[in-house]
Design a protein around this ligand. Structure first.
Ligand code: CP3
Length: 373
C-alpha cells in the first residue's frame, strides 16, 4: 500500500462549517467530543422505504437514477428531517455511485442490493480496473452529487448534512463477488491468494470512494461517515493487515479539510460486527466510532479508553417491539452512551423498510427529552 495522500485544504468560504451555520449544531458539537445540551439523533437509512412520501417519489424510477438526479436526491434527503425532526440529514445516495461514475456496470436490485455486470476475480481484472483510472473529487462526473448537496444544504440551514461513502473492503466485497454475499468468501480468498492484487484493488477502491466523500464535503456536507458494513466477516488480523490501510487512505481524502478556525470536518467510521477492532477503526483516521447493536456502548467505549465520541446503537429489531420495550432499550442506550465523551443516538444498522415511521418520530422525542435531563 502506498502512503495515504496528505491533502490539506480549506473548506470553501460559503461552506456551512466555514460560515458558522452548522458549527454549533448539536451533532457537530457531539462529533467533536463536546456534549451538547440535547443528545442528537439521526437514523441510518432514515430516507427510504419506511416513508410513504419516499415510496411515492420512487415509483417507476431506478435507485441509481434517482441518486443522480439532484432535485430528487435532495428532496428525499430532506423528507426524514421534516417528518421526524432528526438532528442531521444524510445525503440520499449509495455507496456504489462512485463505481457507477467510474464506468462500472452496476444496478441496485430491490430487496437484493448492488449487482454488477461482471465480477472482479483475478489480478488481470484488478489491473484493468486500475488502468481505467480513478475519478477525482473535482471531476464533472460528480456534478449531480455536488448539485444535490448544494440544494440540500440551502434548505437545511442549521441542520448539518452528513456525507458518506462505502469503505474499501465493503466495496471490494461487492466487486469481487459481483453481488451481495453472506460471508464474502471470494473477496477473502483473493486477499490471501494474491495479496499484491488485493492491495492494488483496495487502493483503487480507497481513492474512488475517497473522491465521492470529498466531493460531498467540499460541496457543503458538515460531517462524513465511512460505512464498512461487511468488515465484520474479517478476522482482526486480516482487518489490520489487508483492510485498515485502505480505510485510512479513503478517510485521508476527507481528513485534511479544515474550516477557517482550523477545525476539521468530523469523520465517523461505522462497521457491522467490528467490535473486535474498534481501536483500529479509530486509528484509521476517524473522530467518532459508529457502533452496531451487538455490543453495549459502555463496552465499546471501554475498548476505546472512554476517549472517543460514539454513535449508536438502538437495535433495529426493537423498532417493531411494543413501545415500552423500545423506550426502555433506548433509555439503556442513552445511559450507556454517557461513558463516552459525547454520544449521538442512532440505530445499530439501517431502518428496516417495514418500520412504522411514527415510531421513529416518537423515538426522536424520547431521545431529546431524556438527553436533556
Ligand atoms: O438514509 C440514508 O441512510 C442515506 C442513504 C443510503 C442508502 N444506501 C440508500 C439506499 C446510504 C447511507 C446507503 C449506504 C449503503 N448502500 C450501504 C452501507 C450501509 C448499510 O446499510 O450497511 C450498503 C451496504 C449499500 C448497498 C445497498 N444499496 C444495499 C445493501 C441496498 C438494499 C437493497 C434492498 O433493496 O434491500 C441498497 C439500496 C438502497 N440504498 C436503498 C436505499 C434507500 C433501498 C432502495 C429501494 O428503495 O429499493
Amino acid at each position: 500500500m502506498t502512503e495515504a495522500p496528505a491533502d490539506p485544504r480549506s473548506l470553501p468560504a460559503d461552506h456551512p462549517l466555514a460560515t458558522g451555520t452548522t458549527a454549533s449544531a448539536p451533532l457537530v458539537q457531539a462529533y467533536r467530543g463536546v456534549p451538547p445540551a440535547i443528545t442528537p439523533v439521526w437514523f441510518m437509512r432514515q430516507a427510504g422505504r419506511s416513508l410513504p412520501e419516499y415510496r411515492e417519489l420512487r415509483t417507476g424510477l431506478g435507485m441509481l437514477e434517482v441518486c443522480l438526479d439532484p432535485a430528487l436526491a435532495s428532496e428525499i434527503t430532506l423528507q426524514p428531517v421534516r417528518r421526524h425532526g432528526v438532528d442531521a440529514a444524510i445525503f440520499f445516495s449509495d455507496i456504489v455511485i462512485p463505481l457507477r461514475l467510474s464506468g462500472i456496470g452496476v444496478e441496485i436490485q430491490a430487496g437484493t442490493g448492488p449487482v454488477f455486470d461482471r465480477a472482479v476475480r483475478t489480478a488481470a481484472d484488478v489491473d484493468a480496473l486500475v488502468a481505467a483510472g480513478v475519478p477525482h473529487a473535482e471531476d464533472s462526473g460528480f456534478d449531480p452529487i455536488r448539485e444535490g448537496v448544494r440544494r440540500t444544504v440551502a434548505e437545511l440551514g442549521a441542520t448539518p448534512l452528513i456525507g458518506f461513502a462505502g469503505a474499501p473492503f465493503t466495496l471490494a466485497a461487492y466487486l469481487v463477488e459481483g453481488r451481495p454475499s453472506r460471508d464474502h468468501l471470494a473477496a477473502r480468498r483473493l486477499m490471501h491468494a494474491d495479496p499484491e492484487a488485493w492491495a492494488r484493488l483496495m487502493a483503487w477502491c480507497a481513492d474512488v470512494t475517497g473522491a465521492f466523500l470529498r466531493a460531498q464535503l467540499l460541496a457543503g456536507a458538515s460531517a462524513g461517515q465511512l460505512f464498512d458494513s461487511w468488515a465484520g466477516s474479517l478476522s482482526r488480523a486480516d482487518y489490520i493487515r489487508h483492510v485498515a490501510p485502505a480505510s485510512a487512505r479513503a478517510l485521508s481524502w476527507a481528513r485534511g479539510l479544515t474550516a477557517p478556525d482550523g477545525s476539521r470536518v468530523p469523520l465517523v467510521h461505522f462497521g457491522l460486527g467490528t467490535g473486535a477492532f474498534l481501536p483500529e477503526m479509530r486509528d484509521a483516521g476517524a473522530d467518532v466510532i459508529g457502533v452496531d447493536y451487538r455490543i453495549p456502548l459502555d463496552e465499546a467505549s471501554r475498548r476505546l479508553h472512554d476517549a472517543v465520541p460514539l454513535q449508536g446503537n438502538i437495535d433495529p429489531a426493537l423498532l417493531g417491539a411494543p413501545w415500552p420495550v423500545l423506550a426502555e432499550h433506548a433509555r439503556d442506550v442513552l445511559r450507556r452512551g454517557r461513558s463516552a465523551p459525547a454520544h449521538v443516538v442512532n440505530l445499530g444498522h439501517g431502518v428496516p423498510p417495514d418500520t412504522d415511521p411514527d415510531v421513529l418520530t416518537r423515538l426522536v422525542g424520547l431521545v431529546h427529552e431524556a438527553g436533556a435531563e
